[in-house]
Design a protein around this ligand. Structure first.
Ligand SMILES: *[C@@H]1O[C@H](CO)[C@@H](O)[C@H](O)[C@H]1NC(C)=O
Ligand SMILES: *[C@@H]1O[C@H](CO)[C@@H](O)[C@H](O)[C@H]1NC(C)=O
Ligand SMILES: *[C@@H]1O[C@H](CO)[C@@H](O)[C@H](O)[C@H]1NC(C)=O
Ligand SMILES: *[C@@H]1O[C@H](CO)[C@@H](O)[C@H](O)[C@H]1NC(C)=O
Ligand SMILES: *[C@@H]1O[C@H](CO)[C@@H](O)[C@H](O)[C@H]1NC(C)=O
Length: 584
């Protein structure tokens, strides 16, 4: 096996000497470097079929050599796996090849200039403006700073716009593999791509795919809003980071063997909310940045206008905590904030969060009249979204434990002294504008008796449905009515729990022999690779119909299609009727 490879290498160097002006030397060297690597490390059965093989030993004449050489070089470049090193127009990135599990890991690929100094609260400058030379893409880059921090840390920094690309070892630049892009959750205030390892996804897929994750700015670094930001900066910068990452995929993923025309977006929680925002961004115009969309537990957030009083108040409070409140007009305040240290900005965000004792995630995306022009309910109702096949769903106990995290005891429904008012305070803390009248109506839909007289369970069900469960149903409803291919699921796991994010164990918690988890890996990845979710030893997943059903029940005892309960549909209709009141 080894000798023919070496022979080809020698041959090319020989030809290079004869016709140097017609050759692109770096690609010759690159191809040869690869061949040498294969000779020393190729495991049986792992060497990909090489289309150049048949021409390798045939007789050649001098006249044919330039043509043959061209074919040979193209074929070699096209089959230069493993892609342990990839050259982009702004740098060469060398990843780590794991020959045991068959994955190549490219980590910490900078996709934009550091968003610091003058670039704080600006759109990402992507791709990076300078040439980066040879980059060791062997470690995850810094994660973005969460709004619970008081400074950068050992693994977090403002300079955090890094991505990761995970490629099966047999991939060649010609493979044109489908691409799965994952956005992490964390309420737009925390989260980091390195918490989402690729093994269960890439190795759990029956057909090869490329898995891509990116960091995007969080909290006050990514979502500071208000008129001063609109005038002297960029609203929703964190979402624009994601957009830049998607454009990066379009520009560069082919170099990693990916097909830019087969990109599926995926995310969980705020990551699924992000997928939703990309569906309705820019009026829902299809910019062909992605071709399918998946979302686990997409949240319907309180989406204020960038210049609503609520938003301006948050900005003023934040600027005050940063010591910039009295700097002058909006422009002067922004200049002061840009000149402030990372620690000052981090701490000001933490203090802002600390002041909002009834709100889990105060610093959020906003309506900005440009990227986000309509709220989701309005946008989906008006058909202003990108037409792509979709897969969305949620978990049974999405609403559990959120209230218990709130420092304000009068919004903590787990407190022994909780009352109906506590439930109201909990919901209103997440959705400013929620009226007592609407709450009274909600009480008729969620009678306490149904929840064992537990205010905690009652509030949990209201919140879980209004925020996550109904959002998945709303998206699939609009997509189905638009005639798209739509799949929906319901994750219900009494053994391991069905709280928010519980289903992610199937994808990111390491090797598993759990049949439900293995089926979920197959469903999700086959949607990416073939457009239909299929698991080899599990139920057929049928598309959603116009009546709202069915959805796939993912339960450890049985996986099957189930109807969406009429009571849930009624609850969702109620919450969605409050769109204007609660800014959803
Ligand atoms: C390579 O993959 C194997 C199998 O998953 C794993 O045990 C090993 O730790 C990996 N090696 C490195 C260097 O990460
Ligand atoms: C690249 O990373 C590897 C593994 O972490 C390390 O051994 C090597 O020294 C690094 N090279 C450079 C140029 O930093
Ligand atoms: C929040 O800030 C306001 C004024 O900025 C202050 O009146 C209030 O006491 C603060 N609340 C908490 C819990 O810090
Ligand atoms: C989270 O909520 C569930 C369902 O209400 C409950 O059983 C569980 O004890 C809660 N977990 C914590 C850590 O409070
Ligand atoms: C909410 O109340 C529960 C029950 O009293 C308590 O365990 C929990 O610590 C409280 N949450 C906060 C953030 O104080």
């Amino acid at each position: 096996m080894a000798w023919p490879w070496i022979a080809v290498c020698v041959h090319i160097f020989h030809l290079t000497a004869i016709w140097p002006s017609q050759l692109v030397l770096p690609s010759v060297e690159h191809s040869c470097g690869f061949l040498q690597l294969r000779v020393s490390s190729a495991a049986p059965g792992r060497v990909p079929d090489d289309p150049a093989d048949s021409s390798r030993h045939s007789g050649t004449s001098r006249e044919m050599l330039p043509i043959l050489l061209g074919i040979l070089l193209c074929s070699l470049a096209a089959s230069a796996a493993p892609l342990s090193s990839v050259t982009l127009d702004y740098g060469t990135f060398t990843g780590t090849t794991n020959t045991t599990n068959g994955l190549i890991y490219f980590q910490g690929i900078r996709y934009a200039d550091p968003p610091v100094g003058a670039l704080r609260w600006q759109a990402p400058a992507s791709p990076p403006s300078g040439h980066l030379g040879n980059v060791n893409a062997t470690e995850p880059g810094f994660a973005c700073i969460a709004d619970t921090q008081t400074n950068s840390g050992a693994t977090t920094d403002e300079d955090c716009l890094f991505g990761n690309v995970f490629v099966p070892i047999a991939t060649t630049p010609n493979s044109k593999l489908p691409v799965l892009v994952y956005f992490y959750g964390g309420g737009f205030e925390s989260g980091r791509s390195q918490d989402f390892p690729p093994e269960n996804i890439v190795l759990g897929s029956a057909k090869p795919l490329i898995f891509v994750t990116f960091n995007y700015r969080l909290g006050q670094f990514g979502f500071l809003s208000g008129t001063p930001v609109q005038q002297s900066g960029q609203l929703n910068a964190g979402l624009l980071d994601q957009r830049a990452a998607l454009e990066w995929v379009q520009s560069y993923i082919s170099k990693f063997g990916g097909d830019p025309s087969r990109v599926t977006l995926w995310g969980q929680s705020a990551g699924a909310g992000s997928v939703m925002f990309h569906l309705i961004a820019e009026g829902g115009e299809n910019k062909h940045l992605f071709h399918q969309a998946m979302g686990d537990s997409p949240p319907l957030i309180y989406l204020a206008e960038y210049n609503a009083q609520h938003t301006e108040d948050l900005f003023a409070q934040f600027a005050g905590f940063a010591g910039c409140g009295n700097a002058g007009d909006g422009q002067a305040i922004m200049a002061c904030l840009r000149a402030a240290s990372t620690a000052t900005i981090a701490t000001a965000g933490k203090n802002t969060l600390g002041n909002r004792t009834s709100t889990n995630y105060p610093i959020q995306p906003v309506l900005d009249e440009s990227f986000l022009r309509q709220r989701p309910i309005e946008a989906f109702k008006a058909d202003n979204f990108v037409r792509v096949p979709m897969l969305f769903g949620s978990n049974t106990d999405e609403g559990a434990n959120w209230s218990a995290k709130l420092p304000n005891p009068s919004a903590n429904t787990s407190s022994p002294s909780a009352t109906e008012t506590t439930v109201y305070n909990f919901i209103a803390g997440q959705y400013a504008g929620f009226s007592q009248t609407s709450f009274n109506e909600a009480l008729t839909l969620y009678p306490l008796a149904v929840y064992d007289e537990s205010f905690s369970l009652q509030g949990q069900q209201m919140f879980g449905e209004m925020r996550f469960i109904c959002t998945a149903l709303m998206i699939t409803d609009a997509a189905r009515k638009a005639g798209l291919k739509v799949y929906q699921y319901h994750y219900d796991n009494p053994i391991l729990g069905s709280d928010h994010a519980a289903e992610l164990s199937a994808f990111f918690d390491g090797p598993t022999s759990n049949p439900l988890f293995i089926a979920m890996q197959q469903y999700w990845t086959s949607f990416v690779t073939s457009g239909a979710p299929v698991a080899s030893s599990s139920a057929s997943w049928t598309q959603r119909g116009l009546n709202g059903s069915p959805r796939l029940l993912l339960h450890p005892g049985e996986v099957k299609m189930e109807a969406v309960p009429a009571s849930l549909t009624a609850h969702c209709a109620f919450w969605h009727s409050l769109a204007t009141e609660i800014s959803t």
